[in-house]
Design a protein around this ligand. Sequence first.
Ligand code: VTB
Length: 331
Amino acid sequence: MVDLVVTSKEIIDRILTLELVRVTERAAVAAARLRGCGDEKAADQAAVDAMRRELQRLPIDGTVVIGEGERDAAPMLYIGERLGTLKGPQVDIAVDPLEGTTLCARDMPGSIAVMAMATGGSLLHAPDVYMEKIAIGPGYPQGVVDLDKTPEENIRALAKAKGVKPSEIAVLVLDRPRHQAIIDDCRRVGAALRIIPDGDIAGVIFTTRPEETGIDLYLGIGGAPEGVLAAAALRCVGGQMQGRLILDTLEKIERAAKMGVSDPRRKYDMKELAAGDVIVSLTGVTDGALLGGVKFGKKVIRTETLIYRSVTGTVRKIAAEHREMGKFKLE
Ligand code: VTB
């Protein structure tokens, strides 16, 4: 007899992959309608609404572990919110419906809609605080770079492992005053620096495709939720990443403790940020180095999505055309 019992692992492995593409596509289209509107909150809200609506249709018993914030601060996609039909497998859900809200509101490159789904309990339940991060792509010896080394040491070690001069290593950092010391250190070794205004999930993922993006190393401090989502994608293609939460007040230490973080100074590696089986989907909102943004045609909307699966390391780039047919409306 054919075994028709589908385990939670199999669902994560295959069946939900295309469903996740739908979720980020919808969020991206909703946000893209507000590109350049100057209103970050409105663009974010549109993405949140669309993402939530689509997630509610999925045959899963999902729990948001990385979301729009805690329940009081976020009416939708808040941490702990249950999603889906609640009849399927138990899964963790991590979302950033509009990563780079400012980029979208100003119609600048690099904003994306992102979500990850993982077997229950496998994503770090990160509070919405900052995280120190370092990331490189696949193909390097384990431990070649380390969060506790200086940028100069890391660049020199990476250059040696890549067989190039330090000046041929390209580093990506967010444009923030807090990164001045990192920037100065990178300049001292002569590394090429790309300084971006926002969007460090894509920034970390850039390191996995240096031939396309030109980036070898991501350094700096960004959001912790974005760190977990980036680690989830990196896991699927085998790069290296480390992150450390910045818990610099008692209030943050206590908040993190409630989410299960017992050691506030712990350095997490990629597999601790995102363990277990995971699927990650990213759809472009505005054009970027990884993905084209949403294109509105006369009767058709085009989207581009990258979907990552950790079980096989498969990455698919899905170019979709969306049309209104019969009762189907593009919201
Ligand atoms: C990053 C980046 C985001 O926030 O995590 C960053 O990925 C860090 O925070 O796109 P600050 O903006 O507070 O410095 C964003 O830039 C915006 O959410």
